[in-house]
Design a protein around this ligand. Structure first.
Ligand code: SAJ
Length: 433
């Protein structure tokens, strides 16, 4: 620990969460070493540049690297505080089994340089019990150190779980201003971690135990997934009844106690579409609603593929444009994206009739190779395509006025073009959802 109480910090995993977190800690004048397995990522950061698209992140990273408070390496270094922000994907067994191996290998690295007084904080979204399992693994690797919750005396190190809850596109702002749940293996561990977060978090920090903090993160995302599933189910019902789901939701949300989320082509990203399974995996017999929410949101993707294919088949020869591939608006993240899944299906089926518009991509993802589909800009699509399928509510699509969409047939899965003329008696053919 430096004289000014600024802990030497090591952030392991420099992805969408790890890099912004490392940069914000460095901005608070804590000397930070960012660790990543990728030499390219490390070199990019040490040049003061970034490898991910996020608002204001480039300027911040350039500043803290130039100031010398942030440097990156592929080799772990001793530190006072270790923050683990590595991926927690699924096992490759196809059963949505959480894979915590990245967490355990990061913790193994940390164990090698651990010393008395250090603090380890796990930030990766994890199944309940992962922080304790990590503690047990470190106990096995470092029998010379007294572990929290495993010793009657004062433990030599502190271990806590503190989930990030930031929204892509607002990460820096939310990392600083969102409230934090800080879950310690023991209350003493929570206090240690709290003191660390107080260096750079302006939101309220609430301490709890590690298992509750792990569950809190999963619950937040499962709550959103189930609510989006309700909206998506409403949209499929409205299609069957020829109703305009956007109109219905708008009216229902006028009720003081109703707040229905927005239907869409499905739920994407590495969070909302993943985390509910961590709960289901931990309590398979007690999570029917959460499981059904996942099924409804995945079914919505197939519903959109079927409805779009029918529209394209019913209008032979008409060029088609799929608008958007990202998993949500105004970001360059195509991971687990419903739009990408749907556009891929349409491209494989209708080949050269299909144009793709994605302002955040410079080339189409590999699965579009040899389909005949082509990446074009929005102007080309508006001038040349008679069928427009809105899959992502990017701002650049939202601002297209009705007259520029002219007589195009529109399938708007995001409800961004409310005044698109429907076909008489078939309001849904604007196919609002
Ligand atoms: N979506 C809808 N309808 C809606 C809202 C979202 O279809 O009304 C879709 C989006 O298009 C996208 C998906 O859901 O495909 C997820 O988008 P999102 O904006 O809901 O959330 P993420 O995945 O970008 O970020 C979430 C956030 N969690 C919550 O809001 C509870 C964020 O705060 C978390 O930090 C993040 O997951 C995470 O890392 O876990």
């Amino acid at each position: 620990m430096r004289g000014d109480n600024k802990p030497n910090t090591c952030v392991i995993g420099l992805g969408y969460i790890g890099l912004p977190t490392a940069a914000i800690i460095a901005r608070a004048n804590c000397p930070v070493t960012g660790i990543d397995v990728s030499q390219t990522v490390v070199d990019t950061i040490n040049r003061g540049e970034i490898h991910i698209e996020e608002v204001d992140l480039d300027g911040l990273v350039r500043g803290v690297v130039q100031r010398g408070t942030l440097k990156a390496s592929t080799q772990i270094v001793p530190a006072d505080v270790f923050v683990i922000a590595v991926p927690t994907p699924f096992e490759k067994d196809g059963n949505h089994t959480p894979d915590t191996s990245y967490v355990m290998s990061a913790a193994t690295e940390v164990a090698g340089v651990l010393k008395q007084g250090d603090t380890i904080i796990l930030e990766s979204t994890s199944p309940v019990g992962t922080t304790e399992a990590m503690r047990d693994m470190i106990a096995g690797l470092r029998p010379d150190l007294k572990m929290p919750g495993k010793t009657d005396g004062t433990p030599d190190i502190s271990i806590a779980y503190c989930p990030e809850r930031v929204l892509p596109g607002k990460i820096l702002e939310e990392l600083t201003h969102n409230d934090r749940s800080i879950g310690g293996i023991t209350p003493r561990c929570a206090r240690k971690a709290l003191a660390f977060y107080k260096q750079f978090v302006r939101g309220t920090c609430v301490t709890t135990d590690a298992r509750s903090a792990e569950m809190t993160k999963l619950v937040e995302n499962a709550y959103r997934d189930v609510n989006i599933a309700f909206a998506n189910e409403l949209s499929m019902i409205s299609d069957a009844m020829g109703l305009d789901v956007w109109e219905v939701i708008k009216l229902a949300n006028r009720h003081p106690r109703v707040n229905i989320l927005q239907p869409g082509p499905g739920v994407g990203g590495h969070c909302i579409a993943v985390d509910p399974y961590f709960i289901i995996h931990g309590a398979p017999d007690h999570s029917p609603l959460i499981r059904t929410g996942r099924e409804v949101n995945d079914a919505k993707m197939h519903h959109v593929v079927a409805a779009a294919s029918k529209l394209i088949e019913d209008n032979p020869g008409v060029p088609v444009a799929c608008l958007g591939l990202a998993f949500k608006a105004n970001i360059d993240d195509f991971r687990e994206s419903p739009a990408r899944f749907i556009a891929g299906k349409i491209a494989r089926r209708f080949g050269e009739r299909v144009k793709i518009v994605e302002p955040y991509a410079s080339a189409l993802p590999l699965e579009f190779d040899n389909t005949g589909a082509e990446l074009v800009d929005i102007d080309f699509a508006l001038e040349n395509c008679g069928i427009l399928i809105v899959l992502v509510d990017h701002d650049i699509f939202k601002v297209v006025p009705a007259q520029e969409r002219g007589g195009a047939l529109v399938y708007d899965t995001r409800g961004i073009w409310p005044n698109t003329a429907g076909q008489p008696g078939k309001p849904g053919l604007r196919l609002a959802s």
